[in-house]
Each structure stands twice: as structure tokens, then as C-alpha cells.
Design a protein around this ligand. Sequence first.
Ligand code: NAD
Length: 249
Amino acid sequence: MYNGEDLFKKAADLIYVSKKTIVLTGAGISTESGIPDFRSPETGLWENMDPMEALSAKVLFNEPKKFYKNGFKILTSMINVEPNNAHYILAKMESMGIISSIITQNIDNLHKKAGSKKVFEVHGNIRTATCVNCGKKISFDKMDEKVNEGQIPPRCDFCKGIIRPDVVMFGDPMPYEFEIAIEELRTCDLLLIVGSSLLVSPVNYMPDLVDRIIIINKTPTPFDEKAEVIIRDKASVALEKIFFYLNRQ
Ligand code: NAD
């Protein structure tokens, strides 16, 4: 696929003239930090297991032993990971007023670690966990500690209810944050999509809500036809080049 300099410049021009740009990120932005995505051939998690089962609400509540043996390990593997340049450039773009916010499907906390402030984590996060009985929140680390001590499922210190990660599992309803993100999207004129196959519902409705879209993704997506610019490059490389051209405006 052609990835000439003019594509990066065109993306920068679109961002420059846009009144409000929102960024939508997926697992692909974090592969360069070492977290596998779901669908990349050979390296994607889907190659070894079915994440829709391992990370399902059904398994979490009905087969806790299985959940803490498989799905939970996917979550804990993301704890000590650091952001990469793509996350840092987006944080810089926000602080310079170039982008308005980030909507992310990722749960890995890397946008916030990189310094981004306005982040809609529509699939939750691995910072906290909640008791499903009394609603008390604890840190994800504390929950992990309980699991390592053999508490499966982990229980609330106050009411003994089951504690679950604040991650949206397959089969869970979408959180309130998703509704706010949708409202934000209705007020923007450009959506910059980074590292998402755009196959996971309901996030895959989001590109339809915005007039103009740019896609940075290594492989084709169902929205390629709508995109004004498609860049098939690594997220960090593409964002670095776009940022370079933005700084020359
Ligand atoms: P996906 O796996 O379906 O798609 C990722 C896309 O990113 C692929 O199309 C791939 O070609 C592209 N990609 C991979 N590395 C890239 C790179 N360096 N630069 C540019 N593109 C790259 O991921 P999705 O669309 O986010 O949907 C999967 C679901 O999985 C989401 O709901 C998300 O919550 C969850 N998930 C999250 C993480 C995480 O938090 N890091 C990791 C795995 C899965």
C-alpha cells in the first residue's frame, strides 16, 4: 500500500482545519508497547484462545476458576506495560489543543499513563475493581493480590460480595462513559481512528456518526471506503509524521 509523505501531510491538513477532532483508538495502538491485539495474524490473542469466551461475563460469574486461569491473566499481563510514542504524541496533541479527546476501546490504561486527560474508556480499565453487591471500589492491584492469595472469586472486605474487574466483558452492558462518548462524537467534525479493526460492536457504529474520518491501521477495515485518508503504517510512525506536518502549519 502506498504510504507517501503526501498522505501524512493530507491527514495533518484535515486535522488543522477541523474545528474539533476526536481520536478513536483500539488494541493496535498498544501492540508497539508489547500488548497483543485480538486480530493481527499470528500475534493476535485470537490465535491462541477465544477472547470472547475467556473475557465473557458468563465465564466470570459462572466459571470463576476458568476466568481467573485464563481471561484474568490477559488483564494482569497489561499492568506493568509502558506507553509508546503513539500514546505520547496523542497526549501532546491534546495539550496543544490539536485534538479534543480520545475514545478508547483499550483497557490497558496507557493513554492516561502517557498523560492524556480527556479519555473515554468505553470498555473500562485495569485500574479498579468493584464489589457487585455493595459497589465498593478497590484498586485492581488489591484485587490481584486477593486472587494470588487464592480468593477465587475475590470477595469484598465489607460485605463479602463478589469483586469484579472494572472491564467491560463480552456480554456486559456498555458503561455510561460510552453514552458520553457518543454525545461528544456528535459535536466533532473529524474522527482520527488509530489501530482498530472496527469490527467490535457497538464501537463500530462510531465512524458513522462523524462526517470525516482518517484511518491509521495496518490492515483493511469496513470503513476504508468512507475514509478521506488511510495510512497503513505503524501507529507510532504515522502519528509522528502527522505531528511533524502539523507543527509546520
Ligand atoms: P483488533 O485486534 O480487532 O484490531 C486491531 C487492529 O490494529 C488490527 O486491524 C491491526 O491490523 C491493527 N494494528 C496492529 N498493530 C498496529 C500498529 N502498530 N499500528 C497500526 N495498526 C496496528 O482490536 P480492536 O479493534 O481494538 O478491538 C478489539 C477489542 O479488544 C477491543 O474491544 C479492546 O477492548 C480489546 N483489547 C484491548 C487491548 C488493550 O487494551 N491493549 C488488547 C487486546 C484487545
